[in-house]
Structures are given as structure tokens and as C-alpha cells.
Ligand binder design. Structure first.
Ligand SMILES: *[C@@H]1O[C@H](CO)[C@@H](O)[C@H](O)[C@H]1NC(C)=O
Ligand SMILES: *[C@@H]1O[C@H](CO)[C@@H](O)[C@H](O)[C@H]1NC(C)=O
Ligand SMILES: [Cu+2]
Length: 312
């Protein structure tokens, strides 16, 4: 009967099993200092000043499908929007990106990218005011051996005999650490991390991309200032990173003996954090994000940096 349909739908929505949800960026840690991400499942104000994580409309904690590899949603997730705040970081620091869990069977690579906001239109407010389609990316991490064949008895993850970046991430309490290249010049940058789940990737269009973004303010001091150190910046548009039929994206993971990492190549001078160094981080203190003013200076975000819990 028609009048009952809405309540049936409501019931179905209310009891959607948690197994259907995937993940988002919970927070980042820089030297034990915690900065908040964005939880798309909650009805949060999208641009809360204490958050450095980009907001998105991925309300199901879901993914961007290969059909959207050329769509702006691939840049910083669905309807991704840059927040006002940036996490202060120094060249050479490590940024631990903490995900809100990761399903064991969702095997695949973890890829990290960096894009400067300086010089872009609207960059007076750092990465807050820029047009995301103008971000040009340098790959920091992703060409590590993503899959190692291991003794079947040391089974990790969802596929017997394989060890994926996602298995390493799960073992590190669902986190993946990225090194900020030494010598990077002062300015606002977007750090983009992406996990690609390949459990359905044997079927065309079955890969699942989970891109997340955070704003960083890189404060370079002394002789690091003004130079790019050893890092050779690239200028890739995220909408050109992947193709549906890339060998690393249209792939049957149950029959693999080698794996080809999708996306551009890791930049010369990038310093990926090795598998053996990936580990869980301990949050020691709540961080104070900064807001960029005039493109070159920052002011501490003034206010209570602890976000309110739940809707609101
Ligand atoms: C893992 O991360 C969660 C979420 O931040 C945290 O509550 C927990 O203490 C961490 N566990 C370990 C062992 O680091
Ligand atoms: C993937 O490979 C396995 C093992 O050969 C096979 O059983 C399975 O049907 C393949 N999946 C697809 C979707 O082709
Ligand atoms: Cu999933």
C-alpha cells in the first residue's frame, strides 16, 4: 500500500548494515599533534574552522567510481570543498593520515599526492579559496612494491599469499604516513591520499577510489626557504591520473603475480615512507590549525579547536 512506502524506505535506510560503509579520513597526526578530518556521515558544518580535512558529499563513506576518473569528484572526493584551516608542518616532517578503519578484503595500493596553492587565483587564503580543478599534483608515494608475495601461511588481508599496502595500513591502525619532502618552499599545499580497493576490479568499472584531502601550511625555515629541495615538482591534473582500463585498475587480484601501480610516477626527490616504517601513531596533544592571510602569513585559528560531537 502506497502510504506505507515512505516508512518502509525509512526503515531500510535506518537499518543499512555498517558493512556497506567504507572509510574516510579521521584525523592527521604531525609529530603527535592531532588535526581533525571530516566525517561525511555526520551532519557537520562542512567548513568548521578547526578541521583541516576537506568536506565531501560522500555521505555513505563510499568511493569514486572509474566512470568519474575525469570528473572533479576524483580530485578531493564527491563535491570536495576546502576548509578554512591548514595544519602547520615543516619540510621533513611526517604526516600520519588516520583513516576511520579499513575493511580487510578491500586490497589495493595507497597513493599520496601534494599540490601547491600558492600562485593560484584565490590563494590569499591559502588552499581555502582556490579552484580545485586548478590544483596540479606531484606524487609523493605509491610506487613502493604494493604487493609482495608472501608465504601463504603468513596470510594477510583478503587474498591469500599477497601483502598489499592496505594490509600494511590496517596493521598500522588504519593509517598511512607520508613524508613532507625536505626543502619544500613555504606555502599552502593540499595533501591528497587515496586508497584504491581492487576486490571488484576484475570487472570493468569495479575499482573503488577513496580520495581524501587535507590542507597543510608548510613553514620552511633557514636555508630550506625559497627552494624546493630535492623534490622535482610535477603538474598532474587529478582528472588525468587514471583510466578505467589501466592494468592496475582493471585487474583480477586473485590471480596476480605482479602489480602495476596506477597513476603518474612518484616524483624525483620524493621520500616515501617504507612499509617497515609504517606504524600507528599516538596523539599527544590537540593541534591548533592556522588560517592563511594574504597568501604568505598565517594566524592561529582562534577559538576552541575541539569540534562539537555529532550533528551541529
Ligand atoms: C588506533 O586509532 C584509534 C582512532 O584514532 C585510536 O582511538 C586508538 O587508540 C589507536 N590504537 C592504537 C593501538 O594506536
Ligand atoms: C578471477 O580469477 C579467479 C581465479 O582464476 C576466477 O575464479 C574468477 O572468476 C575471476 N574473476 C573474474 C570476475 O573474472
Ligand atoms: Cu567497501
Amino acid at each position: 500500500m502506497t502510504p506505507h512506502l515512505p516508512s518502509l524506505l525509512l526503515t531500510l535506510l535506518t537499518f543499512t548494515p555498517p558493512a556497506l560503509s567504507h572509510s574516510h579520513l579521521s584525523h592527521i597526526l604531525i609529530n603527535g599533534v592531532l588535526y581533525h578530518g571530516f566525517d561525511p556521515r555526520l551532519n557537520q558544518p562542512p567548513n568548521h574552522p578547526s578541521r583541516v580535512g576537506w568536506s565531501s558529499a560522500a555521505f555513505d563513506d563510499g568511493f569514486v567510481a572509474p566512470a568519474n576518473y575525469a570528473h572533479p569528484d576524483i580530485i578531493c572526493h564527491k563535491a570536495g570543498t576546502s576548509p578554512p584551516a591548514h595544519a602547520p608542518v615543516r619540510p621533513g616532517d611526517r604526516v600520519l593520515v588516520q583513516w576511520n578503519g579499513w575493511p580487510v578484503g578491500h586490497v589495493g595500493p595507497v597513493l599520496s599526492y601534494l599540490a601547491p596553492c600558492s600562485g593560484l587565483k584565490g590563494s590569499d587564503w591559502g588552499c581555502t579559496g582556490v579552484d580545485k580543478t586548478e590544483l596540479r599534483w606531484t606524487m609523493l608515494d605509491g610506487s613502493l612494491p604494493v604487493m609482495e608475495l608472501v608465504d601463504g601461511r603468513r596470510r594477510m588481508g583478503g587474498v591469500q599469499g599477497q601483502r598489499w599496502a592496505t594490509d600494511v595500513m590496517i596493521a598500522a591502525n588504519n593509517s598511512w604516513t607520508v613524508a613532507v619532502p625536505a626543502g619544500l618552499e613555504t606555502g599552502a599545499y593540499v595533501l591528497r591520499q587515496e586508497v584504491v580497493a581492487l576486490h571488484y576490479a576484475a570487472e570493468r568499472g569495479g575499482a573503488q577510489n577513496y580520495p581524501v584531502c587535507v590542507n597543510l601550511w608548510v613553514e620552511s625555515e633557514g636555508h630550506g626557504a625559497g627552494g624546493k629541495g630535492g623534490l622535482e615538482m610535477d603538474a598532474f591534473d587529478a582528472r588525468g591520473f587514471y583510466r578505467e582500463d589501466d592494468p592496475g585498475l582493471l585487474v583480477n587480484v586473485t590471480t596476480l603475480t605482479s602489480y602495476s601501480v596506477p597513476g603518474p610516477t612518484v616524483a624525483v626527490g620524493a621520500t616515501p615512507v617504507q612499509y617497515s616504517e609504517q606504524s600507528a601513531g599516538i596523539a599527544r596533544v590537540e593541534g591548533m590549525p592556522v588560517v592563511v592571510a594574504g597568501g604568505t602569513a598565517t594566524v592561529a585559528f582562534s577559538g576552541n579547536p575541539t569540534p562539537t560531537k555529532g550533528p551541529g
